[in-house]
Write a protein that binds this ligand. Sequence first.
Ligand code: NDP
Length: 330
Amino acid sequence: MFNALIVDKDEDGKTQSQVTQIALTDLPEAEVTVAVEYSTVNYKDGLCLGPGGGLVRKYPHIPGIDFAGTVEASSDTRYKPGDKVVLTGWRVGEAHWGGYAQKARVRADWLGPLPEGLSTRQAMAVGTAGFTAMLCVMALEDHGMQPGHGPVLVTGAAGGVGSVATAILANLGYEVAAVTGRPEADDYLRSLGAAQIVAREDLSDVTRKPLESETWAGCVDAVGGAMLGRVLKQMKYGASVAAVGLAGGAAIEGALITPFILRGVNLLGIDSVMRPYADRARAWERIARDLPMDKLETMVTPATLSDLPALGRDILAGQVKGRIVVDVNA
Ligand code: NDP
């Protein structure tokens, strides 16, 4: 028997979650059984810990969209007992049982080896949010972003994606402008390497202006909504925005076609969930190389399985700073 955070839904559609003991035989059929060491809390976990946001299909459910641990048993030749592994995406924790348990059983295709140079704890300090931040930086580089071209904007900067993006970009020599709605996060963001702090309200009004002054040489956008509509109009000629999230809304309010046709601005969609294996390996290698581990450590708040229901509510309310690392065995 082992501990798992089980979410269940009653007849009125209300969800409750609690740490419960379950058996290995309760886990779904799949090739690889993993002794989970660490998981984390991403925005999507907040949705899956609550009413589900349409992501969870079947209850009872174990959320946790990512985890790192050690293989216990495998019927797939790619993995053997003792291998250290990491998992992000593939709808694990949404459509499939996830990492909020001491053990998980998943398809071998969904796993990757723990990146060289990272511990399981560090891999989950990065987690889906940090992994996706790296995918954003790589997409922006592929579209010509280089240090010295001007400030690079990071929205939702004190959150998970934003914190890791800020630290990676600053370490690569970019001048990072960090957008936050939390003035108290100023020192934290500067410690990650932000050169300037932009108040959320400076970018949250919807405007019908076709263009604003050319300001940003790139942008990692975790917020979407009206902020993305504004930011597009402030991009420098030929610059790109990596659109990764919707913490501020799914509709790009106030967006016009003008930045695309008059300034050649690119809007790059970033998905981490179904990302092919080769890209994943490249992103984890870059994380091990380009994300300073001392900076990563300053983002971490430790947690246990029983802390998760409250943390799920906090992340949906935009109240989580940086990254949470869940020790599922604590
Ligand atoms: P967090 O909650 O950690 O960060 C989101 C941040 O956005 C908050 O910390 C806050 O930053 C800011 N924010 C929150 N609400 C608002 C609002 N109403 N208006 C403006 N800003 C707001 O979440 P994550 O970093 O884990 O995820 C960020 C987004 O990226 C989510 O939408 C998530 O679903 C998405 N995502 C997408 C992935 C993909 O594959 N495409 C993978 C991972 C995440 P501050 O306080 O600094 O203003």
